[in-house]
Design a binder for this molecule. Structure first.
Ligand code: SAM
Length: 183
């Protein structure tokens, strides 16, 4: 059976090299942030965002225990405000939508901030960059986020971006992801 989180790293990896700048727009418990910190190495930089202090704290603890260097900024703010913090262009941006695993399920990503945040992330992309968005349609807001993103992303010019979707056709409530790759 396909594991979404393992698979999406395989799409991200070819776009990232040591020394790059990248962003994790939904920090959560920090697993994607850690992966990104390792992928860009000591000379790269990762900006990571979450609106919950609990997420920032658990991510900080994970990174301090796993990394021997600090190549990250953990920012307690909405990803819709990421443009105020990220300096220059990024090679990759990761969104893992939904709620904090093991946390308060009522605090979830919402279309009202997800759409401007994804739009902003795509604008931050350097050439040959990628924004990857994991969507969880098994809950109502996740389903609506997925539909709204599909409509928005389908409008991007194919001369500037390659926009794709990876989805299990015979399991419509399973998680899936969108990718926007810049040319
Ligand atoms: C599915 S979790 C992310 C999991 C994470 N990538 C990991 O590896 O552990 C989604 C996270 O998005 C956060 N979130 C919700 N709304 C947000 C917003 N407007 N800006 C940034 N993060 C947000 C939630 O607090 C939650 O921690």
């Amino acid at each position: 059976m396909i594991d979404l989180l393992t698979l999406h790293k395989q799409f991200l990896a070819p776009h990232i090299k040591p020394g790059d700048q990248v962003a994790d727009f939904t920090m959560g418990n920090g697993h994607d942030t850690l992966w990104l910190c390792r992928a860009v190495g000591e000379k790269g930089h990762v900006w990571a965002f979450d609106i919950q202090k609990q997420a920032v704290n658990s991510t900080r603890a994970l990174l301090e225990s796993e990394l021997g260097y600090v190549n990250y900024d953990l920012i307690l703010a909405s990803h819709a405000d990421a443009g105020k913090y990220v300096a220059g262009k990024i090679k990759a941006g990761v969104f893992n939508l939904g709620y904090l695993p093991g946390g308060d399920k009522s605090i979830t990503t919402l279309r009202s901030s997800t759409l401007p945040a994804v739009r902003g992330a795509v604008e931050m992309l350097a050439p040959d960059g990628i924004v990857l968005i994991a969507v969880y349609p098994g809950h109502e807001e996740g389903k609506l986020e997925g539909e709204a993103l599909s409509e928005m992303l389908a409008g991007y010019s194919r001369f500037q971006y390659c926009v794709s979707c990876f989805r299990l056709l015979n399991s419509p409530t399973s998680p899936f992801f969108y990718m926007v790759e810049s040319k």
